[in-house]
Design a protein. Structure first.
Lengths: 597, 175
């Protein structure tokens, strides 16, 4: 790499001389970074030494590098700012890989700095050496190995630019230890004119004109929104509300898009997809116009692609051109930032004086209200055993008066129940591992969220299996006085695995039961947290109130019905209108469906 | 001329793509990793720096897939940070495609004479000659090289080294 290779800069720029390690800290400050999540080791000691002397960057010491990356993801998702991670070479870098992949799948902006063995040892199988850029190439948006200290400041600024613009994602900057010690020229961030990286964010207006014409002609439209609206920033959520106000169209969202549109509003259909509501999935299946905004037709949304919304025209807005026509052929693709495209859609809708198809839309809403009467999220409650749905409902009811509630989750049944039943009115309040489905995401993500929002109520809705994957981050929460609430729906099973084994594999629960579980209350105490347990529905509210009253990290062991399954469910290989609502619907799954994940 | 529009089976088509990239460390791995990671085919690949001042390299890839897969390949290549430009010579722009091969043939007597005669007809020239062998250099469309190799097979073909396809646009404009 050549220092002026990919950037053009103003000539008047003054360069300061400092060590590579000092450059890292300086670049973080110049990029406005206030928090980093990390774990020291041999190959990053010079950077940690430079960090020792600064007060305006808070370093959060995690207990495992995976936790650092998930914490940074939670921080990023809840603030809209990039998450920053600092880890050492070798195992430090490889432990970060799960989090990097998670962030890539869910488009979370992260800048991950890894130490590397000194340049003269690269390729010699040195202690704690690994090919970090090789390993992380497929799980980052971009990565760099910086071999010349004079390239370092440019690469660091470029890393922030690439992580946060266009479709956001994680980047890795691998910095050999000798480069950290060397002196070189530090350049401040400049207006970047990258030679090759120029993400397109402005929509083609001709496509916008066509889109609003299609919307004005639609009799059975539906908005299908996703995480792109969250990534675009709060403005996109505001504009989305305005567009729904103008049109009165029904709206559903993916798992990643929850909160962009308020769940309390009448146009909200609930979540779409495998565990989406009856009305959302049927509206998707029967619509005549699907307006996809910042979602990517994931298999968890489409179900059987060949039966996916067969009669509709489709508009797809995405900032990433490679997402358009990837899974589902669409009639109109718009490559743009969501907020910019929505602003233009609203403008053209108004200036061209478009009207909705009032009669058609009225009939469509009548049909939707019919579907709503199915009450697909209903469940049979119990007096004797806590149903997991009931636990989520109570948690929601007892916290919904607050406007500063942030929810993270692990992965599995509890995640789906939370998505279905914990309602969000604002974006950036819902942190979950959607694309990669990373068990163990929620606890460290909650750490990151609470660091960013010290006074907020941050709850990790967890499962007892997932939470054990990154349990050690309890210790981080204690160290930094983070009063996160870890609300475990403890059914003693890997619940979603058990559910699939029941439906697909004849009830042969192969290795999905945890025969030995820790006493979570005692474990909480061992970590220095507060441990609470609820075993009966009658004591649940009191225990939740107790949890909310404590200004310390709490591990809440909520013992729930181990046999409960998550419905509604579109079985693998089935279409949106072939949903199961309860165990009584059986669960015949085709051989082709069994092959799917 | 090699017909890249030929359908191999069903809707699968062969396409020749050129990717102009910044010549930075790991850029070839990014391109190749994209193909292997997403399950796309590479039938041939050539790469070399083409502008030392601008530090750009040109990668020409012959790939195959359905039109939808080819479209995905192009958009994913464009998405790579060091990519300047992607051109599809099969569907978007008229291009010329050429490949070079070195073909070693061993034999004596009539077979050896016949090999030389064939080589002459194909405008392949011997670049190494012994009493018992030739190495021919042949340039042309990949199909021409395929035909030449098939003709050499019964005449003592020993081994082949092919460069893969290089492509450039027709007319005065750049890619």
């Amino acid at each position: 790499m050549d220092k002026d290779d990919t950037l053009t800069r103003s000539e008047a720029q003054a360069a300061e001389t400092m060590t590579g390690a000092q450059m890292v800290i300086r670049a973080l400050k110049d990029q406005g970074v206030t928090h980093i999540f990390g774990y020291p080791g041999g190959a990053v000691l010079p950077i940690y030494d430079a960090l020792f002397k600064v007060n305006d960057i808070t370093h959060v010491l995690v207990r495992h590098e995976q936790g650092a990356v998930h914490a940074a993801e939670g921080y990023a998702r809840s603030t809209g700012k990039p998450g920053v991670v600092l880890v050492t070479s070798g195992p430090g870098a490889t432990n970060a890989v799960t989090g990097l992949t998670d962030a890539l799948m869910d488009s979370i902006p992260l800048v991950v700095l890894t130490g590397q063995v000194p340049t003269h040892l690269i390729g010699t199988d040195a202690f704690q050496e690994c090919d970090t850029v090789g390993i992380t190439r497929p799980c980052t948006k971009h990565n760099w190995l910086v071999k010349d200290v004079n390239d370092l400041s440019r690469v660091l600024h470029e890393a922030f630019e690439i992580a946060t613009t266009g479709r956001p994602g994680p980047v890795v900057v691998d910095i050999p230890k000798d480069v950290q010690f060397q002196n070189g020229a530090y350049h401040e961030p400049q207006a970047i004119h990258h030679r090759t990286y120029k993400p397109k964010t402005d929509p083609d207006l001709s496509a916008i004109v066509k889109a609003v014409e299609m919307m004005a002609a639609a009799k059975k439209p539906v908005f299908y929104t996703g995480g792109g609206l969250i990534n675009s920033g709060p403005e996109a959520s505001k504009l989305l509300r305005e567009l729904v106000d103008l049109t009165g169209f029904p709206i559903t969202s993916t798992l990643m898009g929850l909160g962009a549109f308020p769940a309390a509003r009448p146009e909200w259909l609930g979540m779409v997809g495998m565990h989406g509501t009856w009305e959302a999935n049927h509206a998707m299946h029967d619509c005549d116009l699907m307006i996809c905004l910042g979602a990517r037709f994931d298999d968890r949304v489409t179900g059987k692609v060949s039966s996916f919304s067969p009669g509709s025209k489709k508009i797809h807005l995405d900032i990433d051109a490679s997402q358009i026509n990837k899974i589902v052929r669409v009639d109109l693709g718009i490559v743009a930032d969501a907020a910019k495209a929505l602003r233009e859609m609203i403008r053209f809708w108004k200036t061209q004086k478009h009207q909705v198809q009032a009669a058609g839309l009225k009939a469509w809403w009548k049909q939707i209200d019919q579907w709503r009467t199915k009450k697909s999220l209903d469940y049979r409650n119990s007096d004797s055993i806590i149903k997991p749905q009931y636990a989520i409902d109570r948690l929601y009811q007892l916290t919904k008066h607050r406007d500063d509630v942030f929810i993270t989750t692990e992965v599995g049944q509890h995640q789906m129940w939370a998505a279905q039943r914990f309602h969000f009115q604002e974006p950036n309040r819902w942190m979950t591992s959607g694309g990669l489905g990373t068990m163990g995401y929620g606890l460290p993500a909650a750490v990151g969220v609470q660091m960013a929002h010290p006074d907020a109520l941050v709850i990790d809705i967890a499962g007892e299996a997932s939470v054990q994957m990154t349990m050690q981050e309890m210790s981080t929460a204690v160290q930094y006085n983070l009063p996160i609430k870890i609300f475990i729906l403890n059914n003693e099973y890997m619940g979603m695995v058990r559910q699939w084994q029941e439906i697909l594999h004849g009830g042969r629960y192969s290795h999905s039961y945890s025969e030995a579980l820790p006493d979570f209350v005692k474990m909480a105490e061992a970590f220095g947290c507060v441990g609470l347990r609820a075993e009966k529905p009658s004591e649940l509210d009191g225990k939740i109130q107790e949890m909310l009253a404590v200004n310390r990290p709490v591990l809440f062991d909520c013992r729930v019905d181990p046999a409960e399954n998550c419905y509604p469910m579109i079985p693998s290989g089935a279409a949106h209108n072939e949903m199961l609502l309860s165990p009584d619907d059986g669960g015949k799954i085709s051989d082709a469906g069994k092959m799917l994940v | 001329m090699h017909d890249t529009k030929v359908k191999l089976a069903g809707d699968v088509e062969r396409h020749t793509l050129t990717v102009l990239v910044d010549n930075e460390a790991g850029v070839l791995a990014r391109v190749v990793g994209l193909f292997s990671g997403r399950g796309y085919n590479i039938e041939s690949l050539t790469v070399a720096e083409v502008d030392a001042m601008a530090r750009t390299s040109r990668i020409t890839i012959v790939t195959s897939g359905t039109p939808a897969v080819i479209e995905q390949i192009e958009t994913h290549l464009r998405r790579l940070v060091p990519t300047h430009k992607v051109t599809n010579w099969t569907s978007a722009k008229a291009g010329i495609e050429r490949e070079m091969a070195l073909v070693k043939v061993a034999g004596t007597g009539e077979k050896r004479v016949e090999a030389l005669r064939m080589a002459d007809a194909f405008r392949a020239r011997p670049v190494d000659t012994t009493h018992a062998s030739f190495v021919f250099e042949i340039t042309g469309a990949p199909s021409k090289i395929d035909s030449f190799v098939e003709l050499m097979r019964p005449l003592g073909l020993v081994e082949i080294s092919r460069t893969g396809v290089a492509a450039i646009s027709r007319g005065p404009e750049a890619m």
